[in-house]
Design a protein around this ligand. Sequence first.
Ligand SMILES: Cc1cc2nc3c(=O)[nH]c(=O)nc-3n(C[C@H](O)[C@H](O)[C@H](O)COP(=O)(O)OP(=O)(O)OC[C@H]3O[C@@H](n4cnc5c(N)ncnc54)[C@H](O)[C@@H]3O)c2cc1C
Length: 496
Amino acid sequence: MLSEHRLIVLSLALFVQAGCKSTDATVESDGGPSNITTVCDVAIVGGGVGGLHTAMRLGAKSGSKVCLFEKEERLGGRIYDIGKPPNPAAAPFLGNGGRRVMDGQSVVFNLAKELGIQLDEPKTGSDLVFARGKFATNKDDFLPLYPGLTYDHTKPDVESQLLQQLLSSPERAHADKYPDFKSYIHQVIGPVGYQYLHDMNRFRGDFEYPLSARGYLDFLAEEINVCCQTFYPVGGMSAFVRAMAAKVQASGVRVFTSEPVTAINGTSGVYQLTTAKRMVAADKVIIAVPPAAFDHIGGSIAKRIQQRPEYQALIGVRVTVINQWFKDSWWDKVRTADGKNIWRAYTTGHCISYVEIPPEAYAAPMHAIRTVYNDSAACAEFWAKLAKGPIEQLEAELHKGLDHLFTDNHITTPVQIPPAVATTFWEWPDGWYWLKAGSPLTNADIFQWATEPLAGEDIGLVSEAYNPQRSAWTDAAYKSSIHLLNAKYAMKLSGE
Ligand SMILES: Cc1cc2nc3c(=O)[nH]c(=O)nc-3n(C[C@H](O)[C@H](O)[C@H](O)COP(=O)(O)OP(=O)(O)OC[C@H]3O[C@@H](n4cnc5c(N)ncnc54)[C@H](O)[C@@H]3O)c2cc1C
């Protein structure tokens, strides 16, 4: 058993964080609570940022004619900030999910401005990387350990050079003939190139999951230009959730939390949704739920969507996040020879995978880090098993990982890692989505399909999942929402 005071396996939280209460205004009742029928012009299923953004825009026009149903007690979905245990609802917050915003994600910057969200622009430090028995802060220092790589020796940043080779290769025109992205990489830059990219990247899942070569390359062509400065919302990424939820509520949208939709039936503008508490009649339905959760929704409409090749072309990545709070910020003492601090450390030598040290001023008083940020399937399994056992065992393994990275790397000032005062474990079965290997479809096909997944039905899909061109970013969800609202709800929102 896990001891509760130190390890919180977070299972529920905190709609309170969003500063909202569930409202159930215009309800027509014909009996007990399970027979309530709620009538909505538009029913939105899912209150992650995609669903919330959609509710905020529609609410401004249609107010209480819009309903939003959320499975959990809290809103936010994969934006899930927590405070130090045992008070996860109390700020300051550290994310279990999305945390940052990049230069160039103008849709998110514009939204932050509209919602009055301040973005921290911290000075970041060095990366510390471990691969093939070596530590370095410059990835080019690993090159002697990867003999046979082809690159321009007169230029720095070989990782970017190799990624550019993948993008500019004439093979890209035939990417569809490759069974997966991995085999494409092998062909274009060879197995050593593959291994170098795999080991140098903080996100190993990109290189390990069976992904469509074309889908990933299309994503990469855009992602490589998502430059350069990292910003962090003051108050955590949940500042977006709180601000959108407040607008949604002020506009009169009816929000039902702790109310999972279990079935979607009907046809031609007359839809019935089932929740544990009510039947819902809606003219239009927007499903803002990604596949891992949507798979659990039944009914004829849901089934028809789930059978579509576009839906089946998506693959979710299992992601582990373990956060730890300490008595003080021991990492401040970790310095490189030229006095820089470390803000990200990643390793192929331990399932700790990727340690993220929050650089933003907002997070500093927390004395907390994301000790594990892992998207490799094998390590996700490793941590999931360990988290079921005694807390001491999990924390000992985390300590081993931190020790491996920081105590004897011959690069940074050696430190003694103190015991953590609190540890939380969280797993996303579907941290983010890609286009699956073998799919003849493109990212653009999925994005387009989501506006009308069943021809002639007033149903739309919104989520990061249905915009794999921007996989793993909130801007995917916002763009998906904007695309649907412009295409089907006669809006003229910018940022698609
Ligand atoms: C670990 C991690 C780190 C990330 N880092 C970043 C980052 O730094 N920056 C960034 O921009 N993005 C980041 N992302 C991506 C970002 O968090 C997501 O893209 C975004 O939050 C997805 O929003 P969504 O609305 O598409 O889906 P979700 O957030 O998954 O929302 C779906 C909602 O539907 C609800 N739901 C499910 N089933 C039902 C049902 N039956 N009935 C009603 N409701 C239901 C869920 O509870 C959830 O609230 C990260 C993601 C993860 C996992």
